[in-house]
Design a protein around this ligand. Sequence first.
Ligand SMILES: NC(=O)C1=CN([C@@H]2O[C@H](COP(=O)(O)OP(=O)(O)OC[C@H]3O[C@@H](n4cnc5c(N)ncnc54)[C@H](O)[C@@H]3O)[C@@H](O)[C@H]2O)C=CC1
Ligand SMILES: O=C(O)[C@@H]1CCC=N1
Length: 285
Amino acid sequence: MILVTQNYKLAFIGAGSMAEAIFSGLIQQNKMSPENIIVTNRQNEERLLELKEKYGVQISSNHEHVLAEANVVILAMKPAGVQKAIESIRSYTSENQLFISVLAGITTDYISYLLGHNAPVIRVMPNTSAAVGSSATVFAPGKSVKDEHLTITESLFQAVGMVRQVKEEDVDSVTAIAGSGPAYMYYIVEAMFDSLDELHLDRQLGEALILQMIQGSVDLMKNSGHTPRELYQKVKSPGGTTEAGLKVLEDNQIQETMRNCINRAAQRSKEITKEMSTVPANTIK
Ligand SMILES: NC(=O)C1=CN([C@@H]2O[C@H](COP(=O)(O)OP(=O)(O)OC[C@H]3O[C@@H](n4cnc5c(N)ncnc54)[C@H](O)[C@@H]3O)[C@@H](O)[C@H]2O)C=CC1
Ligand SMILES: O=C(O)[C@@H]1CCC=N1
């Protein structure tokens, strides 16, 4: 079923992991047709050909062509590249297009400043689970955004997972949990997988069990109405295996480390804003 998204023509400026996760999710969930998606990057033609081959999306290195029919432009380059990227497309953009930025730390004001006009700009923070329809996404509107633009953004990202509107000042914090969060989960799971060899367990069996164990834990956290603390207390028996394992986590201050990790990521998002996204004072309207 193609939803409201069928009327949109999406241009992705940037063809990396995040762009691929979003458009592959939209295509695989049957929410958008690949003909309505055009993708460009800075210079890697081979990467564009690979994406065309894999998903059937349109590709082009000609920015005028990329922007010509797009009514939604998704900015998906690294934060450090935003100035050059917008300079290279600016003359082909208009106030009739909606700009969606997924860039960590880059404000809607800065994007409007670089565009030099009043097109609506929405800041979105998705994650790579969009590729399987399971992103945890937030969006925050910039200045010229109307309800219709919020609806478009919501419907696009609803197609690839859960989506919520937040204030732009909260996006740095959300980036730390929902944007970067998957990497922290994969990092922990990598360690669990690596323990399989030490346990002399079959790798394939062990990996399947670990992933199902995580899935089951998530299901229980979502559905039981119990807090994480209540749930781990239920697993733990006095003098048992869980207590022994948890003691190692406590002795190594793993919870504190996790909080530090998340706080540091949020702080980094704010640093990126200062380093790369400051609007010169005399241009603020
Ligand atoms: N990877 C992730 O999990 C998430 C990434 N983000 C944000 O998404 C953005 C992209 O991240 P990734 O996809 O991981 O990076 P990436 O390095 O995989 O991709 C960046 C893409 O931008 C292109 N690019 C760079 N300069 C360009 C220009 N001047 N014109 C056109 N294209 C240009 C590159 O050629 C490349 O295709 C970043 O700003 C990041 O903060 C947001 C949420 C999650
Ligand atoms: O690491 C980063 O900066 C980006 C933003 C969230 C996930 N990846």
